[in-house]
Design a protein around this ligand. Structure first.
Ligand code: PMP
Length: 453
C-alpha cells in the first residue's frame, strides 16, 4: 500500500478515476465547447494555464454572481476561488456593476485624468498611509513599474525577492534557490537573459540571509508579499518584519510590498493591520471589483525622488505605464469598490467565516489524525500537507502534492465546491455563507473517509 501524507494513494487514485468519469458524464456542454475551443485557442483555452485546472476537460462558465458560479451545463458551485482574489468581494458587486453600467456610456478611456482617479488616490492614501499613487492594469504591471521606479530612484541595479515568491509575470522575480544557489525558475518559457545577474533571492524568515544579501548596498528594493501566499501560505515569524524593515533601511534599500493577495487582511492590507511601513505598495486583482486595474503607492520621500529622477532623465519613453491604465471606467469601478464594497463591515463577515472554516478544517484533520496544517490570513485560509506551518518557500514547497491536490479539488468540484487551483487556498467573500463552509467540510470529510490510510 503506497501512502503519502497519510493518504492511501491506491484508494485516492481509484476514487479519482470515478470522479473523472462522473465529471465527463455530467458536463456534455462544457465538453462540446472544449472540442470547439481546441480549434482556435492554444490548448483550447484563452490562457494556457486555464488548461491546468484539475478538471479532465475545461469547465466553461456561464454566469458568476456573488459567491456562486453556474457552468454551461447548469451546475452551480460555491466559489472559494473567487478568481484567485480578483472577485474577493463576490462576483459583480452591485455598487461596482452599477458604476460600470452608469459610466460605460460616458467614455471608457481617453488618456486624460478624471476626478475619480483623484478620489481613488485620496482614498488609497488614507487607507495605506502612502500619500502618492500611480495606476496600472494588472498587479504584474504595477510590480514591474514599481521595480523600475525603485531602480531609477536609488541608482542601484539589483532587487531581492524571497524563495518561492510569485509577483505576476515579472521576469526579474523568477529566481529560486536551488541547493543554496540563485537559479532562474526552470519552468520559464522563452526567457533568455541571465535573471540572476540582477536578482538576489533568500529564504523568507531568514534575517541573517537578508542582512547578508543587502550588505554590499547594491539592492534597490526588496519585493515581498508581507506573508507569502503563492507557494502555499507562509506567515512571518513574530517580530520578523520589524527587524527586516530595519535591515532594509540600514542598507539604503527600499521595501516594496506586494499586497495583491494580502489585501485579504483588511481594508488597508497586511501593512496597515500589522504596522508595516513600506516605501512602495502594490495593489491589484480585487481593487476594481474584478475589472482590470492596479495601483502602486509611494512614500512622500520616494515620490519626491521619483519625480526628480523623471525630470532629470532625457525626454522620451520611461518604460513605465501603458495606454489603458487609469482609464475612466476602471477609475469609476475602483471608486465604487473602495467606497461601498471594500468596507470594514464586509471584512468582518469574511474574517469570521474564514475563521470558522479554518477551525473546522483543523478539527477535521485532527479527527483523521492527518499531519496537515491550516493557516489563515484574514479572509483566506489554506490547508497544507505538512504537520507544522512552513516557515519559508522551501518548506512550503515540500508540503505541496499536485496529485493529491487534483484528487481533492475534482472531488469537491463534483459536489459543487470550487477551490483555487495550483494550491489549496480557500477564499471568503462577504456572500460566502456559513452553510457553504459546512458543505465544504462535509464533502472533504467524505473524501477523507474514502482515502485515509
Ligand atoms: N502579486 C501577487 C502576490 C500575486 O499573487 C499575483 C497573481 N497571482 C500577482 C501579483 C499578479 O497579478 P496579475 O496576474 O493580476 O497581474
Amino acid at each position: 500500500m503506497a501512502i503519502r501524507h497519510g493518504i492511501d494513494l491506491d484508494k485516492a487514485r481509484a476514487l479519482h478515476e470515478r470522479e473523472t468519469e462522473d465529471f465527463l458524464a455530467r458536463h456534455s456542454r462544457s465538453l462540446e465547447l472544449a472540442v470547439r475551443a481546441g480549434e482556435h485557442l492554444l490548448f483550447g483555452v484563452p490562457l494556457h494555464w486555464m488548461d491546468d485546472w484539475p478538471t479532465p476537460r475545461s469547465l466553461f462558465l456561464a454566469v458568476a454572481r456573488n459567491a456562486r458560479l453556474t457552468d454551461v451545463d447548469g451546475h452551480v458551485y460555491a466559489d472559494f476561488c473567487l478568481g484567485d482574489t480578483g472577485a474577493m468581494f463576490g462576483h459583480s458587486p452591485a455598487p461596482v456593476a452599477e458604476a460600470i453600467a452608469r459610466e460605460s456610456a460616458r467614455g471608457l478611456t481617453a488618456m486624460l485624468p478624471g476626478e475619480d482617479a483623484l478620489w481613488v488616490a485620496e482614498e488609497l492614501s488614507r487607507r495605506f498611509g502612502l500619500p502618492v499613487w500611480q495606476f496600472a492594469l494588472s498587479a504584474s504591471d504595477a510590480n514591474r513599474f514599481a521595480i523600475r521606479w525603485a531602480r531609477a530612484v536609488t541608482g542601484r541595479d539589483r532587487i531581492l525577492v524571497f524563495n518561492g515568491c510569485y509577483h505576476g509575470t515579472v521576469d526579474d522575480v523568477f529566481v529560486d534557490l536551488a541547493g543554496g544557489q540563485a537559479t532562474p525558475r526552470s519552468s520559464l518559457l522563452g526567457q533568455v537573459y541571465d535573471l540572476t545577474e540582477h536578482t538576489r533571492v533568500v529564504e523568507f524568515n531568514d534575517l541573517a540571509a537578508l542582512e547578508d544579501a543587502l550588505g554590499d548596498c547594491r539592492v534597490a528594493c526588496v519585493l515581498a508579499e508581507p506573508a507569502m501566499t503563492n507557494i502555499g501560505m507562509v506567515l512571518p515569524d513574530p517580530g520578523y518584519w520589524e527587524q527586516a524593515q530595519a535591515i532594509i533601511r540600514r542598507h539604503g534599500s527600499l521595501l516594496l510590498l506586494d499586497e495583491t493577495h494580502t489585501i485579504s487582511c483588511g481594508p488597508g492590507g497586511y501593512a496597515a493591520a500589522h504596522g508595516l511601513r513600506p516605501d512602495m505598495l502594490v495593489l491589484g486583482k480585487p481593487l476594481a471589483g474584478g475589472l482590470p486595474a492596479a495601483a502602486y503607492g509611494f512614500s512622500a520621500e520616494l515620490a519626491a525622488r521619483a519625480q526628480q529622477a523623471k525630470r532629470a532623465a532625457p525626454p522620451g519613453h520611461s518604460g513605465i505605464g501603458t495606454t489603458l491604465s487609469a482609464n475612466r471606467l476602471a477609475c469609476a469601478a475602483m471608486r465604487a469598490n473602495l467606497a461601498e464594497v471594500m468596507t470594514e463591515d464586509n471584512y468582518r463577515i469574511m474574517f469570521e467565516r474564514a475563521g470558522q472554516l479554518a477551525q473546522g478544517l483543523r478539527e477535521l484533520f485532527a479527527r483523521f489524525a492527518l499531519p496537515w496544517c491550516v493557516t489563515q490570513l484574514g479572509a483566506r485560509c489554506e490547508f497544507q500537507f505538512t504537520a507544522r506551518p512552513p516557515r519559508n518557500g522551501s518548506e512550503a514547497e515540500a508540503g505541496q502534492d499536485e496529485e493529491l491536490e487534483r484528487c481533492i479539488h475534482l472531488y469537491l468540484l463534483n459536489r459543487g465546491l470550487l477551490i483555487t487551483p495550483f494550491h489549496n487556498m480557500l477564499l471568503f467573500s462577504p456572500h460566502t455563507s456559513e452553510a457553504d463552509g459546512q458543505h465544504l467540510l462535509e464533502a472533504f470529510s467524505a473524501w477523507l473517509e474514502g482515502t485515509v490510510a
